[in-house]
Ligand binder design. Structure first.
Ligand SMILES: C[S@@+](CC[C@H](N)C(=O)[O-])C[C@H]1O[C@@H](n2cnc3c(N)ncnc32)[C@H](O)[C@@H]1O
Length: 202
């Protein structure tokens, strides 16, 4: 007799589904947290009411929140069900998809901007390259990208999940962005020592 076994589900959130409640209690419950000011300032260059994809949006606080408050059309994607439920509860009516970046059909749309705060370096190296290439595919001409990643090539254990994070390093990020059709317009660090890349679609 054949017994069917439940298929173990793969965690595409890189450990964040398990710690979502804690993450939301710490970062996702305070408006204006680290990154909010940088993203708000960056968004001033965008057309009024423009569309922005928030990759790895979490529950939307504080990054999506500052953009929604400024009248942008935000689309969120996150692989953690608990994070997405939190997003829906906080921002009813704002489109958000529970999906890995690899599978999200939001990458079939086009956007004026993409923001990816605290997520790119959670992905495996090849997945990061794929994601940045896909971002190049959704940005309109003149569209903007902001994402965080350490400047130096390095790997470390994520403080909350214990999972491996990796930065491809400045040289490789610049190379990957260029081959995706993006021009790097700046790199900076914020008050929380998050290093971020600013790029524009040619
Ligand atoms: C450090 S949190 C950042 C959340 C939010 N951007 C912020 O600034 O608070 C990383 C988020 O990326 C999501 N994530 C991780 N891997 C992902 C993947 N492969 N596809 C989509 N989302 C992913 C996690 O579920 C988590 O919500």
């Amino acid at each position: 007799m054949l017994h069917s076994r439940p298929v173990a589900s793969i965690d595409e959130s890189n450990g964040y589904e398990k710690i979502a409640a804690d993450y939301i209690a710490r970062r996702g419950s305070k408006s204006g947290g680290i990154g909010a000011r940088v993203v708000a300032d960056w968004s001033q260059q965008l057309p009024a009411g423009g569309s922005i994809l928030d990759v790895g949006c979490g529950n939307g606080i504080p990054i999506s929140e500052v953009l929604i408050e400024r009248g942008f059309q935000v689309y969120g994607v996150d692989a953690s069900q608990a994070m997405v439920e939190g997003f829906r509860a906080r921002f009813p009516g704002v489109p958000v998809q529970c999906s890995s970046v690899d599978d999200s059909d939001f990458f079939g749309r086009s956007f004026d901007a993409v923001v990816a705060w605290g997520v790119v370096f959670l992905l495996a190296e090849d997945a990061q390259r794929r994601l940045l290439a896909k971002i190049g595919g959704v940005l309109r001409s003149g569209g903007l990208l902001l994402f965080t990643a350490p400047r130096q090539r390095c790997s470390w254990s994520d403080a909350m999940t214990g999972e491996r994070s990796v930065s491809l390093g400045d040289e490789e990020y610049q190379r990957v962005l260029e081959s995706a059709g993006l021009v790097v317009t700046g790199t900076e660090s914020d008050e929380g020592e998050n290093h971020y890349y600013l790029a524009r679609m040619d």
